[in-house]
Design a protein around this ligand. Structure first.
Ligand code: LLP
Length: 427
């Protein structure tokens, strides 16, 4: 009914997630609230394991930084792609082993590089200057750090321009033509040991062919580096596999489709070059997006030139519609089996006219007090939320076999003051 999501069902006109009634969840934990299916989460990572039995999967922590979620993934054997000291801290706390963590980033602070060095994780180096800084910091610490090089492969993908990352004009990575000389330089430097290549071409990609193109380019580079005596032990192809947000759209490619697109390219080129390397993937969205729904309550239905439904979550809670014109499917959770009745424009409580979560959406009758469920909110949902307009961030709940557990308390009003300081002269 909802595009192959077995964990989401309609029972007695209510929306259920993994056996739990979402209307009851909203009553018990309040709204807005993010609700995650543990079973789906485990299934999603297992799908990657089945498709890529010999590759490491580093969950992209930016997609969802909840420690319980990262911990479940760590128990399932996943590593972590971290993009800041904060994400590294979360991943370590969640129990991800250091040897399965890659520290990414295009603009890392010295303290972040130092934390990477002292934590013993690998670093994806984004520029020659960063390589020099890292080498200095690692030498100061008396350590050696394994590095991959983030390659900008100049590959165009059909996604929202704000989330295409492999283009020449993108801020990420080292131009492919400069990688060989930087690798060679690193081979001579103290404190750094070059062990691999990394790329990430973009996010929400629904056609697997750019991934095989990227794999081919990366293998060419690996060949060049082997030619200068470099050892490329690790090849990290990043994340980016898209999901089906709209149940009426075509299904998204699966991890198996991705495997079918990239593995033969890698195998063929590895044989030709006589090299053997370990593949790393960094999926974020395709692991967590469909595990989670956002429940929000209707504060008002206003019949103006269009019919507005005002809910208690705005772009402070779910930024994707505002930022990328993203589609999130909506279900009226307490009337989930009802027929479509009208078109509604669903808006949040934020003081900006751009605070629109869905425009002209066909829904059953919507009334004040109803609960709306936004599907596929597990990736870049809570992790991109803010306190704008004095709005404390919402709770997160984990559902397992019908049981509901709080995995993040809702912030209260004190959270708005948490780090504020009143200088004595203003008291
Ligand atoms: N690896 C690197 C280096 C990345 O930059 C990203 C995402 C990933 C992995 C994970 O990509 P995924 O599998 O999730 O596509 N906020 C945007 C998406 C930004 C993606 C940033 N990088 C959104 O809500 O669509």
């Amino acid at each position: 009914m909802f595009g192959g999501k077995d964990h989401i069902r309609v029972v007695n006109n209510h929306l259920y997630i993994s056996g739990a009634d979402t209307v009851e969840i909203a009553e018990r934990f309040g709204t807005p609230v993010y609700v995650t299916s543990e079973d789906r989460l485990r299934e999603n990572i297992r799908r990657y394991h089945r498709a890529f039995p010999d590759a490491d999967k580093y969950f992209a922590v930016k997609a969802n930084g909840n420690i319980s979620i990262i911990r479940i993934l760590a128990h399932e054997g996943a590593g972590a792609d971290v993009f800041s000291a904060g994400e590294l801290y979360l991943a370590r706390l969640a129990g991800v082993p250091r040897e399965k963590i890659l520290f990414n980033g295009n603009s890392k602070r010295d303290e972040e590089l130092r934390m990477a060095v002292t934590s013993g994780v690998r670093v994806s180096v984004d520029s020659e200057e960063e390589l020099e800084t890292l080498s200095r910091i690692a030498s100061e610490e008396g350590k050696s750090v394994e590095v991959l090089f983030r390659v900008n492969p100049d590959i165009s993908v059909d996604t929202h321009p704000k989330i295409a990352t492999g283009l020449k004009s993108s801020k990420f990575g080292i131009p492919a033509k400069s990688v060989k000389s930087i690798y060679e330089k690193a081979m001579q430097m103290d404190g750094v040991e070059p062990v691999g290549l990394h790329c990430h071409i973009g996010s929400q990609i629904l056609d697997v062919s750019p991934f095989s193109e990227a794999a081919a380019r990366m293998m060419d580079l690996a060949g060049e580096i082997a030619g200068i005596g470099g050892d490329v032990k690790l090849l990290d192809l990043g994340g980016g596999l898209g999901i089906q947000y709209d149940p009426a759209a075509s299904p998204a490619p699966s991890p198996q489709d991705l495997a079918n697109a990239v593995l033969p390219v890698i195998e063929r080129r590895s044989e030709e070059l006589g090299v053997r390397m370990r593949l790393i993937l960094e999926p974020g969205r395709s692991i967590v997006a469909d595990t989670t729904i956002l429940l929000t309550r209707v504060n008002v239905v206003k019949r103006a030139h269009v019919t507005f439904v005002g809910v208690d979550a705005g772009f402070n809670v779910l930024a994707r519609p505002m930022l990328y014109d993203a589609y999130h499917h909506i279900v009226v959770a307490n009337r989930a089996g009802a027929e479509i009745s009208d078109k509604y424009t669903v808006v949040g409580p934020i003081c900006e006219s751009g605070d629109v979560l869905a425009r002209d959406r066909a829904l059953p009758v919507v009334e004040r007090g109803d609960i709306l469920a936004f599907l596929d909110a597990g990736a870049y949902g809570f992790s991109m939320s803010s306190q704008y307009n004095g709005q404390p961030r919402p709770a997160e709940v984990l559902v397992h076999d019908g049981d509901m557990e709080l995995i993040r308390k809702a912030e209260d009003i004190n959270a708005l003051l948490a780090c504020q300081v009143i200088p004595p002269r203003l008291v």
